[in-house]
Design a protein around this ligand. Structure first.
Ligand code: KIV
Ligand code: NA
Length: 277
């Protein structure tokens, strides 16, 4: 499989071929994303919750993100590799945002970055893009702002809110974003924003009218035991398999059937045991 480029993503949009995006937080997951290749692998800051056990994404530091980015990068071949800019890494100003984006590329070995927000991050997107760090936008439900938003709620349900999201999408596109994630908004709005942009949209809870879909890895394989938003579908039940594996291992050790000395053990060289004794 060939490396996904930004030009490829535009071509997929033009040919109405849905773009596939999955998150990954470690090397084996990155290999799985590359083996049946998704178009884009995202080191999402959902890492904070599903992989590190923090209560929200706002706890994740840039150094923690960089550590996981490097692991994912080592397992990534054809998918375009994108990393989330952690909460706070672009809050203090544009130069801070550029520095964090450059670190993600240089030390995290990713190829582009994603950041949450509308008009308030337009200048960050422009600056990063100008300096050669491609940027994905992310509008709608912004998990890094779950406190300000009074929870993880669907966005853009009123005409006023929908117009704000459409304007934000256009502003991000004008600033150079190569793609925009639309999270948790009505189907009609996801499709309308998509039709009114030139760059591909990637939806999560934004209906089937976007140019692509993204899911969190642990939601997709069914290992995450926390809240399951409406937009999640489990494409596998890995949690059940994991439970079967752990129970089987513990029982086999306790009842003495693991390890089997013939199948899972080693022999001495011939005659050596007698000498040893
Ligand atoms: O952090 C994440 O996993 C994300 C995607 C769900 C879009 O931002
Ligand atoms: Na994220």
């Amino acid at each position: 499989h060939k490396k996904t480029t930004i030009a490829n993503l535009l071509a997929l949009r033009a040919s109405k071929t849905p773009i596939t995006v999955l998150t990954a937080y470690d090397y084996p997951t990155a290999l799985a994303c590359s083996a049946h290749p998704v178009d884009i692998t995202l080191v999402g800051d959902s890492l904070a919750q599903v992989c590190l056990g923090y209560p929200s994404t706002t706890r994740l530091t840039l150094d923690e993100m960089l550590h996981h980015c490097r692991a994912v990068a080592r397992g990534t071949s054809s998918p375009l590799l994108v990393a989330d800019m952690p909460f706070g890494t672009y809050a203090a100003g544009i130069s801070d945002g550029v520095k964090a984006g450059v670190r993600l590329v240089q030390e995290g070995h990713v190829e582009s970055v994603k950041l949450e927000g509308g008009e308030e991050v337009v200048e960050h997107v422009r600056a990063l893009t100008k300096m050669g760090v491609p940027v994905m936008g992310h509008i709608g439900l912004l998990p890094q702002r779950h406190v300000s938003l009074s929870g993880y709620r669907v966005q853009g349900r009123t005409a006023d809110a929908a117009i704000k999201l459409l304007r934000a999408a256009r502003a991000l596109e004008d600033a150079g974003a190569f793609s925009i994630v639309l999270e948790a908004m009505p189907n009609l709005l996801g499709a309308y924003i998509t039709e009114n942009l030139r760059v591909p949209t990637i939806g999560i809870g934004a209906g089937p009218g976007t140019n692509g879909q993204v899911l969190v890895w642990d939601d997709m394989i069914g290992t995450w035991s926390g809240h399951k938003p409406r937009f999640v579908r489990h494409f596998a039940d890995v949690r059940k398999e994991v439970a079967r594996g752990v129970a089987g291992y513990v029982n086999a050790v306790k009842d003495g059937t693991f390890p089997d000395p013939d199948r899972e053990g080693y022999d001495m060289d011939h005659g050596e045991w007698e000498k040893f004794l």
